[in-house]
Design a protein around this ligand. Structure first.
Ligand code: ADP
Ligand code: MG
Ligand code: MG
Length: 884
């Protein structure tokens, strides 16, 4: 089979591997695809990522690759009529990396490869532009020196700066042929000095050096960090693409740019992009010159002076617009395109599905269904459930006063406040301490990724909407204000200036990524609106999903949010959360510290009306939807007073001496409370507690159903059950109390008693336990702790190295350990259902809001997932994706 695939030179390659992203990478696959549909793509070839893995394993290229590359280069020569290394009219190429998914951590592209002291003369003659030829040559030495030979790039930049300063030049365009020639020799000296060897004149050596560097960059620290953050497997490897150069730096009729077929920030159906006349490659993203807008509308909206491409190059622009439409129809998705214009001729250098904000993803998915471009199922699959998070969180309160320091570009939406940090490491350190930080940099590079990830928001002084900071921030869902020239940083002094204000690292600012505003201090925020596209997509998701989505909620506030977000019930009401409220904690403490049952009952009598009121409100808000209430679960000492003052206060309130209270509290100490006196063990030893709770539930249910006429069906859930007998005793207790309440009230209500499955034994014995249970709810937080033997509260000490070394693929408390814990869930579900065909099954751990875990639950045929309120929409979408 082939490992080198040509494109754009002669007939389209019929090998399907030539367009397979897993083989030739995303860039290579799309270049081949574009060439095959007749778009103007410079000819080239791609060496597959399999060869990368072999190269990394063997330390050398495999046999046959040299011949295949030579043949592919000959193909480009034939298509272009130029020869590689020909001093009269040289073929120049770019060497580009391309993994299966786009990865900013990879090697930078080398342009103009094939130039040397002889070919530069041919390039000058062939183009009729000497200055261009020498500019291209110095760019080549600089890029090759930096990315292949590892010469620090600032050495080249410093040399260029000196020439500019000496001549009082302001822009690169001011330099003449002679200046570039002088710089070329100086650059070569820099290379010699730094590497101890001459810059390679031999074009074959240049080519193979660059190919090897691309392959090696798969193992760079940058790439590893990016892979870790984005869960990209190390065994994908990267492909390398070698492609004939076209030149955007051949004068005023040449240009280079990047564009999106729709607005990546809002999703609006308008071409969006930037370009630079007489420029090459990364000049647009590097922020060296201010890029010009693509469309006239965008230029006018921004009130920019420089002409848009639509105005400056109307013909090429029209051609480009056609390419946009064609590509969008072909890929049926918004495309992110890189193009170059060489003396009025358009070339497309890259296309891929464009990164977008959650808001844009949503709008585009909904719009494209309406346009007939995609179907509903595709629209549902297009939106990353986790990205909805961006839309579900608060934005700046429009009514709040704000002290705007400056405006930059609105590069990634959302609002965030935090302390200013000036470098990525500081961002990471302070964020680890739980501090909200905003990373403020002159510009960002792939080395800053960990800091961007740790920060709540990002500000840069330089760079456009397609700069590194903007692209990465949008991908991570961090608000970002880029290109704010009013920001100037003094890194040595750890101070900065924003607009007219002097600030120091640590000062709090707020940014609004939707307007580009940077604001002094912290600005209050408001809840998002859940209408429009969001509602439409959720409606589609609801049509396709099978599982119900409930919320883990107990406070009225959380229950209301959950309902707004579309929760179809409460899957987990943690009654102990109700015990912490200020007005009842002393009664709770009195109950716990009581010497005997009589003392406990007296305290419980005070709690009963409070709990009843809690449940009444809960049932009212949930208006007939299912509500699962878990009886008291945590170890009792969690409620105890801590300080002397608290003991004194309690002693005064309940009339028991502080010393007695303290002694009781000490008696309650446990060595390992997670596995101690908690859950149903409390109900077994202090049945009066569960009796009170059951009574409160049934009395409230009767009251609400009488008042509203609606059915209220409480689901009473017993925690931490490991044996059938435990559940039997407590089920009988609940049934007895229900019978008493119904007799008193003169009416009956339907209700269910069930249990959490959160101990391995419960999963194993699920067949027996189901005889006593009408429902199971997999409590995957505890089930993960008890199965892995890992305490969630202590895992922080070792979890990071565990994930880094691949011991755990992900944090098992975030995404279910499907291989291990998943087996117990499967077993529990199967054995439970075998006993009781109509056993209701759900999941209520953190995992109920995690898309991968939800997918697993769908596979098991669970009836519902229950997630925290803000995750309910994520779960609705993920459940639909899982069902498709
Ligand atoms: P990245 O993955 O970082 O986007 P690319 O391989 O796309 O890197 O290269 C970056 C830029 O270099 C492109 O956007 C384009 O402007 C320029 N470039 C790459 N190959 C060529 C080429 N054959 N001719 C002209 N410019 C090129
Ligand atoms: Mg690119
Ligand atoms: Mg639990």
């Amino acid at each position: 089979i082939a490992y080198v695939f040509s494109f754009g030179a002669g007939a389209a390659n019929s090998d399907s591997r030539a367009r397979d992203k897993a083989v030739v990478g995303g860039k290579g696959a799309n270049l081949a695809e574009m060439a095959s549909i007749g778009l103007p793509v410079p000819p080239g070839f791609t060496i597959s990522s399999e060869e990368c893995l072999r190269y990394l394993a063997q330390g050398d290229f495999s046999a046959g690759i040299a011949e295949a590359v030579a043949a592919a280069v000959a193909g480009i020569e034939q298509a272009t009529g130029k020869r590689f290394g020909d001093p009269a009219d040289p073929l120049l190429v770019s060497v580009r990396s391309g993994a299966r998914v786009s990865m900013p951590g990879m090697m930078d592209t080398v342009l103009n490869l094939g130039l040397n002291d002889a070919t530069v003369v041919g390039l000058a003659a062939g183009s009729g532009d000497e200055r261009f030829a020498w500019d291209s040559y110095r760019r080549f030495i600089q890029m090759y020196g930096d990315v292949v030979l590892g010469v620090p790039h600032h050495l080249f930049e410093d040399a260029l700066e000196i020439v500019k300063e000496d001549n009082d030049f302001h822009a690169d365009l001011d330099l003449s042929t002679e200046h570039w020639q002088a710089l070329v020799s100086e650059y070569k000296q820099i290379v010699k000095r730094e590497t101890g060897a001459d810059f390679p004149e031999d074009v074959q050596a240049q080519l193979w050096g660059a190919i090897a560097a691309v392959f090696a960059s798969w193992q760079s620290e940058r790439a590893k960090v990016y892979r870790r953050l984005n869960a990209i497997p190390a065994d994908w490897g990267t492909a390398v693409t070698v492609q004939a150069m076209v030149f955007g730096n051949m004068g005023e009729t040449s240009a280079t740019g990047v564009a999106f077929t729709r607005d990546p920030a809002t999703g609006e159906r308008a071409y969006y992009g930037e370009f630079l006349i007489n420029a090459q490659g990364e000049d647009v993203v590097a922020g060296i010159r201010t890029p010009q807008y693509l469309t006239r509308a965008a230029r006018e909206r921004a009130n920019a002076k420089l002409a848009s491409m639509e105005e400056a190059m109307p013909q090429v622009y029209a051609e480009l617009a056609q390419v946009f439409d064609l590509l969008e129809r072909h890929y049926r998705d918004m495309q992110d395109i890189e193009f170059t214009v060489e003396r009025g001729r358009l070339f497309v250098l890259q296309t891929r599905s464009g990164k977008r904000t959650a808001k844009a993803a949503l709008k585009m998915a909904v719009d494209m269904v309406a346009e007939g471009l995609i179907d509903e199922a595709t629209a549902i699959r297009r939106v990353d459930p986790m990205a909805l998070d961006q839309l579900l969180h608060p934005t700046l309160d429009p009514a709040a006063p704000r002290d705007v320091l400056a405006y930059g570009l609105p590069a990634s939406p959302g609002a965030a406040s935090g302390a200013i940090v000036l470098d990525a490491d500081t961002a990471e350190k302070r964020a680890e301490r739980g501090e909200a930080v905003i990373l403020v940099r002159t510009e960002t590079s792939p080395e800053d990724i960990h800091g961007m990830h740790a920060a709540k928001g990002i500000v840069t002084a330089r760079g456009g909407m397609t700069s590194h900071a903007a692209v990465v921030a949008r991908g991570m869902g961090r608000p970002c204000v880029s290109g704010c020239s009013a920001v100037s940083i003094d890194l040595a002094a750890r101070t900065l200036r924003i607009g007219h204000r002097n600030l120091v690292e640590g000062d709090v600012i707020t940014l609004d990524g939707s307007t580009g505003a940077i604001i002094a201090g912290a600005v209050p925020t408001v809840e998002p609106e859940l209408v429009g596209d969001f509602a439409v997509l959720m409606g589609m998701a609801d049509k396709y999903r099978r599982m119900k989505v409930r919320a883990n909620a107990e406070t009225p506030e959380d229950c209301r949010i959950a309902r707004q977000f579309g929760a179809e019930g409460v899957g987990l009401c943690r009654t102990e959360h109700m015990f912490f409220q200020a007005d009842r904690i002393s009664a709770v403490r009195q109950m716990i510290l009581a010497e005997d049952e009589g003392g406990r009952r007296a305290a419980l009598a005070k709690l009963l009306p409070e709990q009843r009121a809690d449940f009444r409100e809960l049932f009212e808000i949930m208006a007939g939807l299912a509500v699962t209430i878990r009886l008291l679960d945590p170890p009792l000492h969690e409620f105890l007073p801590h300080s002397d003052a608290e003991f004194a206060e309690l002693s005064a309130t309940i009339g028991i001496g502080a010393d007695t209270l303290r002694r009781r509290a000490e008696e309650l100490h446990e060595f390992n409370p997670m596995l101690g006196h908690r859950g149903c063990r409390l109900g077994i030893t202090y049945p009066e507690i569960y009796e009170m709770q059951a009574r409160a539930i049934f009395e409230a249910a009767c009251e609400v159903s009488t008042a509203s006429g609606a059915a209220v069906v409480p689901e009473v859930m017993i925690p931490l059950v490991g044996t059938r007998r435990e559940l039997q005793i407590l089920r009988e207790l609940v049934d007895r109390v229900a019978g008493e309440v119904f007799a008193e009230q003169g009416r009956r209500l339907d209700y269910l008693v069930g249990t959490m499955i959160e101990l391995p034994r419960a999963a194993l014995m699920a067949g027996e336990i189901a005889e006593e249970a009408r429902f199971f709810s997999f409590g995957t937080n505890d089930l993960t702790q008890t199965t892995l033997g890992v305490s969630r509260d202590d895992a922080g000490r070792f979890l990071t190295p565990y994930v880094e070394q691949g011991i755990y693929p992900r944090d098992p408390f975030v995404s279910l350990d499907i291989e291990g814990v998943g087996q117990l869930i499967r077993l529990g579900a199967e054995r439970g259902r075998a006993t009781r065909g109509d056993l209701k099954l759900g999941i209520c751990g953190e995992h109920g809001g995690d898309p991968a875990s939800i997918d697993f639950c769908e596979g098991l045929g669970l009836d519902y997932v229950s997630a925290s309120p803000y995750r309910v929409p994520i779960a609705r979408l993920a459940a639909a994706q899982a069902a498709l």
